[in-house]
Design a protein around this ligand. Structure first.
Ligand code: SAH
Ligand code: SF4
Length: 402
């Protein structure tokens, strides 16, 4: 049957279930410059060479997007062979790529296998092209410990945190797939990925160090060069980590507010029972670097009959008074079995009017990629948390007998 969806399913050879862990080679992806230096030192590289080699490797990995040491021609031939034997710069592997009718792309990625060779868990990354910009929505965890009742990811238990390499790796995979590396004929004003939002699977502030290191790598001017002003970290409200995020990450901040009273927010975002609205907004007022030029985005999912009354809209405006804020109204994106309905369009418009009249511009986020379940809150992978013994048993059962 003809379908309006342009769905391209792609399975790379390298990710066949049960493929052995490549080798004991250490993956350099996601190491900070200091981490990379330490790794080379451990490898036995003379101290006087390290600074220069870190610079060369950084350029090759993050500026040129190379994955093969043999192509790193700024290194001597012997050095290429030596480093290639000891290290890799492997990215997560694309399991499936889907393309929405609106141009949104979603990649299901398989993370590296563990030491026993058991294939890694799966995670999703979404690319949203818009007029004049392209946003990559990156995941920070496989699953989530939190259980927001309107979010598909919230129905998937946390499997594990992503490493810094796996977080940066999502941007590298997107650039590979979009053909966006030097030599592709594109100049730097014509970038496809211009913005990053940490709004994929997981709660980024529950994987703080890895997210911090990954975003430092992403913004490094001699590598991927994506300024922190173009990176937005979204949190469901992990209050004790917000100040640290401002000081140590320094990206733009988005808060998943979604309700204007604790009773409703307790139901939608159960973390609210621990960190209620007043404490969350205090943390926002004190967010390091917040100003009218660096506003905090408040995300508000429109749920029919739950949080979408005009009284709610007025209360929202009242609550945010004094905080340099943007408001982002998100039409609820349904998923199989979701217990809510999206507010009627007329109601969203009336709600938006109240918010607009209070001085907040263009607040409704158009759903993108709904046909491929790539819109906000629709991401989920099939990976479930299993014990090591369970996984080993399954692997053995799946292996052909000799
Ligand atoms: N865990 C972080 C970031 C990921 S979710 C957080 O909660 O902020 C990115 C945004 O999508 C959040 O504002 C989230 O609340 C919202 N969202 C989740 N499920 C949704 C759904 N079904 N429809 C619309 N938005 C949703
Ligand atoms: Fe986790 Fe964010 Fe989904 Fe809540 S909305 S369950 S914090 S991913």
């Amino acid at each position: 049957m003809a379908t309006s969806l342009d769905i391209a399913h792609k399975r790379t050879d390298a990710v066949e279930a049960g493929a052995p862990a490549s080798t004991a080679r250490r993956n350099l992806l996601g190491l900070t410059r200091d981490g990379l230096a330490a790794e080379l030192r451990l490898h036995g590289m003379p101290e006087k060479q390290i600074r220069m080699r870190v610079g060369q490797l950084w350029n090759a990995i993050y500026n040129r997007g190379l994955t093969d040491f043999a192509k790193m021609t700024t290194l001597s031939k012997e050095m290429r062979t030596e480093l290639g034997a000891a290290f890799t710069v492997a990215r997560p592997e694309i399991v499936v790529e889907q393309k929405s009718v609106d141009g949104t792309r979603k990649w299901l990625l398989r993370l590296a296998s563990d030491k026993a060779g058991i294939p890694g868990p799966e995670v999703e990354t979404v690319y949203i092209p818009e007029e004049g910009r392209g946003t990559l929505c990156i995941s920070s965890q496989v699953g989530c410990t939190l259980t927001c009742t309107f979010c598909h990811t919230g129905t998937q238990k946390l499997v594990r945190n992503l490493t810094a390499g796996e977080i940066v790796g999502q941007l590298l995979v997107a650039r590979d797939a979009l053909g966006e590396w030097p030599g592709s004929g594109r100049n730097s004003d014509d970038r496809l990925v211009t913005n990053i939002v940490m709004m994929g699977m997981g709660e980024p502030l529950y994987n703080f160090e890895n997210v911090r290191d990954a975003l430092d790598i992403v913004s490094d001017g001699e590598g991927l060069s994506l300024s922190k002003r173009r990176v937005t970290l979204s949190t469901s409200g992990v209050v004790p980590m917000i100040e640290r995020a401002g000081n140590e990450i320094g990206s733009m901040l988005a808060i998943s507010l979604h309700a204007v009273n604790d009773e409703t927010r307790d139901k939608l975002v159960p973390l609210n029972k621990k960190y209620p609205i007043a404490e969350l907004l205090d943390a926002c007022r004190n967010y390091p670097g917040v100003s009218n030029a660096r506003r905090i985005t408040f995300e508000y999912v429109m749920l029919k009959g739950v949080n979408d009354s005009l009284a709610d809209a007025k209360e929202l405006v009242r609550l945010l008074k004094g905080i340099p804020a943007k408001i982002n109204l998100i039409p609820f994106n349904p998923w199989p079995g979701s217990p809510y309905e999206c507010s009627d369009w007329a109601q969203i418009e009336k709600f938006a009017d109240v918010v607009n009249r209070a001085g907040y511009a263009s607040p409704v986020r158009t759903p993108r990629g709904r046909d491929i379940m790539a819109a906000c809150g629709q991401l989920k992978s099939e990976t479930v948390k299993k014990s090591a013994a369970e996984r080993l048993r399954e692997e053995k059962a799946a292996q052909p007998s000799a």
